[in-house]
Design a protein around this ligand. Sequence first.
Ligand code: ADP
Ligand code: MG
Length: 284
Amino acid sequence: VNARAAAQSHSKVGKYLLFETLGQGAFGKVKLGIHEDTGKTYAVKMMQKSQIRAHEMTNQVRREIAVMKAMRHKNIVNLYEVLMSPKHIYMIMDLVEGGELYDELMRRGPFDENEARVYFKQLTEGMLYCHARGVFHRDLKFDNLLLDKDGVIKIGDFGLVSIKGAGSATELLHTQVGTPHYTAPEIITRASDGYDGVKVDVWSSGIILYGLVAGSLPFMDEDIQVLYNSIVNKGVECPPEFSPGLVDLLENMFRKDPSKRYSFSDVKRHVWYGESEGDSEGEP
Ligand code: ADP
Ligand code: MG
């Protein structure tokens, strides 16, 4: 990277020159970073140590970072490095430049089922890759789905549980801005000590799929107790325009009992998942 770029940068972390803020997260800012030797661009997530769990490189933190760095998939935001200064943790990630899926949904949505399926398949592929490696997301929601320049989904905010906390529940405790609309019932009822990370992610992916096609979320209420009560006790009512195949898939993703709920492998085998554009119109 040239001297002009270096002159414009405000600060530096490791070999990365930091530029403008790309977004504000719950724990800190995300900035544009340029590697001073290669000139490659990255997104650098800065988190204040005071706001997160890990204040130092414990073995647990080291292990999680190693797992996250080893993961490479076209539908996840790849993590390259984690750097620490006395007050901050910096996560060096893929720079994703197509904005948030949510904004696309607001601009062009709700999507028809074929369009929604394209995004949903990308989400599913990314999740299958992670679940196969024992990594769960635990905080899937529209905010964490970014689009690259080609409009392909990149799932962000993955892993690093020991740095960030255990997901939305902890995020809620820390910041009171986390969104509970995607929370699986077993987390609310604390039905068991540990929960199945796969099934928690499938539940929130069901919320996202519903949202893509309906343009709104299945569980909504201003009052969090009412919201939680619906998640735990009420079935999801799909709008009448949803196809029977989609309704059936969602019912299986929204089973209250996690042991009866689909995994992503089950999702992939469902008939709606396998349908392709044109099938529903009866075209050749
Ligand atoms: P938090 O989970 O703390 O809310 P996020 O990781 O979601 O923080 O980041 C906050 C915002 O920063 C996102 O909504 C997005 O606009 C931007 N952002 C995050 N990661 C990237 C990235 N890899 N590339 C580009 N922008 C990003
Ligand atoms: Mg986020």
